[in-house]
Ligand binder design. Sequence first.
Ligand SMILES: [Zn+2]
Length: 267
Amino acid sequence: METLRAGRIHYLAPKFETQSPLTIQGFTTRHEGVSRPPYNSLNLGLNTDDSPHNVEGNRNLLSRTFGISIDRLVTVRQNHGSDILVIDSPNDDFSHFLGIEADAIITNQPGVMLGITVADCVPILLFDPVKKVIAAVHAGWQGTVAKITNKAVAGMTKIFGSREKDIMAAIGPCIGSCCYEVDQPVRDSFKEQPELWDAISEPKGKDKWHLDLALANRIQLEGAGIPLTSIQTAGQCVCCLKELYFSYRRDNGETGRQIGFIMLKES
Ligand SMILES: [Zn+2]
């Protein structure tokens, strides 16, 4: 992935195609928005205590930068579950999707920007260039336990006829295992998936573990049939990189949200 700048938006961009790309995608940083501390400054999350006016200004900045109106930036009410919003037909106004509870969004519609807001959890972008289908996924530890990433891949194959081997994936900046300590209840929730737990956890004293959520989702993507060579990982810890990213844990919940975004270009 490379750091790019479009207008005022600084973002980390996975590369899906080198020639005549069909999509625009990336993971925003906190730079150059209008929100004030502790939400400074490009807070794109609707469910924070930031001024709604400033969040709207930031979302407007993002959408306008990539040539769409703000009502074509679709985010959902993420609730750490495994429900998926599928958008498979044109709409005049996409803003009614904002109230829908889901943790992944899939579409084959061009000109609609799918967004997943995060401040520690893993944002994952999926793209099938053959069927021209995209998805954005939100995976915290609960979504990882619920295999939300696998469900998003299954949604692309079942609903839109994607083949797993065609799908490309990007795992965005999230809290790294360096900073992500969990305790017994999290450990217990993985007991149905002991191999995954062993691969992603490292003991740190009594009843404490450090967890690698990015690796967990890479393993799940591979398990879903996505070629390893088609999976890009940002490899950045949002908790360590305070200048670049919001982190819920580092900032004790008083923080903004960055966004993982992807959009099929209008042809
Ligand atoms: Zn870290």
